[in-house]
Design a protein around this ligand. Structure first.
Ligand code: NAD
Ligand code: UDP
Length: 322
């Protein structure tokens, strides 16, 4: 029997990291998950602990990272991802995008592993063009509250490209647009869990601003498929992965009200500083290079996600502390 390929996934106990662990286990890999649990939850991966081809390290990747044995792939997904989280822990966010990425690139170089980094649509900031193609350089306020996340991710892309160019490390960069699905934290502050949590608790839905800002929501299974394909491809430049089906936050709130059957309405709260006014991925590259496009409609994805949140223990639904 040939030995399993070995993949290191950072942020393994988080929303996307845990789905990646599942996918790589399914594909027959030996998966090494790493996480310091700052925003993650071991329950997302507890079903994997009994497997002999899964191991877990509780470690902060902003500190020196050591993994014994061979490594074929590294997927760096560790980072706070919701605005509420990264505003609460701004320095750790900057460190995991910069120092953490540096440590992992060093590991990739030493192990001759291919490394994929989780970048984000936030590198485009509050974009002046819509939809956003990969060639767009963005409109980011480096000293605004979101700068800690956006600039960490922009640095992450830059150092990844430098390791590719100067050290010959095989690298891949995925720019992820708003993704949702089971295992999001109900209280992570992102709009989908916020609205569904409020509906489940019988509270009004907190729409920020007048709700005219747009987002484009991608179901998690579609995203994971795109990432898997990008990792196997030979394309080194950044690739957008997201669902181009754009919607205003007001319309989105109305969809959640209909889906959940809540008798509550939306209330308007102040729009956070630098909140992007529009966001929609141009996925021409993903289609051409990876043969990828999203398959799950918003109505189907929302139904599955709502079922997941509804099935959580009541004390979790009612626990609102961020
Ligand atoms: P998440 O908060 O659910 O998961 C992040 C995980 O990283 C958590 O388990 C957390 O404990 C871990 N982590 C954070 N700092 C760490 C550190 N220093 N060392 C080790 N582990 C650490 O968030 P997510 O939505 O799963 O996002 C995962 C990645 O995808 C992030 O890099 C994020 O920037 C990126 N991303 C996500 C989205 C999205 O819509 N979900 C969009 C764009 C980019
Ligand atoms: N939003 C909202 N109500 C909430 C949380 C978020 O109206 O309770 C808005 C937010 O201002 C933004 C959009 O929903 O315009 C998406 O926010 P999220 O935090 O999910 O992600 P972002 O795309 O801003 O990183």
């Amino acid at each position: 029997m040939t030995a399993r390929k070995r993949v290191l996934i950072t942020g393994a106990a988080g929303f996307l990291g845990s789905h990646l662990c599942d996918r790589f286990i399914k594909e027959g890999y030996h998966v090494i998950g790493m996480d310091n649990l700052i925003t993650g939850d071991l329950r997302n991966i507890e079903h994997l602990f009994k497997l002999e081809n899964f191991e877990f390290y509780n470690h902060d990747v902003s500190k020196f990272v050591y993994v014994p044995g061979e490594l074929h792939y590294i997927l760096h997904f560790a980072s706070p991802a919701s605005p509420i989280d990264y505003l609460k822990i701004p320095i750790q966010t900057l460190k995991v995008g910069s120092l953490g990425t540096h440590n992992l690139l060093g590991l990739a170089r030493a192990k001759k592993a291919r490394m994929l980094i989780a970048s984000t649509s936030e590198v485009y900031g509050d974009p002046n063009i819509n939809p956003q193609p990969e060639e767009y350089w963005g409109n980011v306020n480096p000293v605004g509250p979101r700068g800690v996340y956006d600039e960490a991710k922009r640095f992450q892309e830059a150092i990844t490209m430098a390791y590719h160019t100067f050290h010959g490390v095989e690298t891949r960069i995925v720019r992820i647009f708003n993704t949702y699905g089971p295992r999001m934290r109900l209280n992570d502050g992102r709009v989908l869990p916020a609205f569904i949590g409020q509906a489940l608790r019988g509270e009004p839905l907190t729409m920020f601003g007048d709700g005219s800002q747009t987002r484009s929501f991608c179901y998690v299974d579609d995203l994971i498929e795109g990432i898997y394909r990008l990792l196997q491809s030979d394309y080194v430049q950044p690739v957008n992965i997201g669902n181009p089906d754009e919607i205003t936050i007001r319309q989105f709130g109305e969809e959640i009200i209909k889906l959940t059957g809540t008798d509550q309405q939306m209330i308007s709260l102040p729009l956070p500083t630098d909140d992007p006014k529009q966001r929609r991925p141009d996925i021409t590259k993903a289609k051409a290079i990876l043969g990828w496009e999203p398959k799950v409609s918003r109505s189907e994805g929302l139904r599955i996600t709502y079922e997941y949140f509804k099935s959580l223990p009541e004390q979790e639904i009612n626990h609102k502390d961020f």
